[in-house]
Write a protein that binds this ligand. Sequence first.
Ligand code: ADP
Length: 243
Amino acid sequence: MIQVKGVHKSFGKQQVLNGIDLTVEKGEVVVLLGPSGSGKTTFLRCLNFLEHPDDGEITIGETRVDCKTVTKKEILQLRRNTAMVFQLYNLFKNKTALENVMEGLVAARNIPKIEAEEISRKILDKVGLAAKYDAYPSELSGGQQQRVGIARALALNSEVILFDEPTSALDPELVGEVLAVMKKVAKEGLTMIVVTHEISFARDIANKVLFMDGGVVVEQGTPEEVLFHPKEERTKQFLKRIL
Ligand code: ADP
């Protein structure tokens, strides 16, 4: 479903990604771990060209692009196949939960309003927000807002969902409800790449864990291998700090 080869990215003189390779099968959940500043978010954003990689090749579904020669049309194709959930939910404050979910369908997918509304209601039901269709973001808890964020990504019906630290802005007691929704989504066979420090999520749900540091993948493997039997010193030190 996803194949990444040799992705490089610099900001000015600072090299942030130094040759990332990754293969993700359809339906797999991959967790990206690593210290702050190691390039996790940048890598995620490179996958759908929210950041433009300097070099490398990215394949998502049927679309393969060379980062050096990529066209606007190819970028749009990649984005059609990838939805993103952000750390801060970025909801429209003057729109209800239902309208927030509908927005992408109407604006980006040209789906008629009535149909978009029906799809959006079903997806809000799925993330446990059936009672909140008409609530504005200010009337929702952080966990509920993030579930609207996830609903918005799901509504786009992409095959791949990228999660960028989806629970890190939440109060600890609200993290569980968001992780529960993510687990449910994972079980439905969506392909997911998740940047998170939630080790329990990685342990229970991930098929693969990647540990990044300094813009490279230091170590990757099953959760058992990387979390509980890490081989590399940098991975061991990092896990010691967060476990
Ligand atoms: P992580 O997600 O692992 O914390 P990031 O990908 O956010 O790491 O950042 C990696 C490095 O790239 C950091 O040093 C950060 O300051 C830098 N960086 C990220 N985005 C930008 C940007 N838009 N402009 C300049 N530097 C950036």
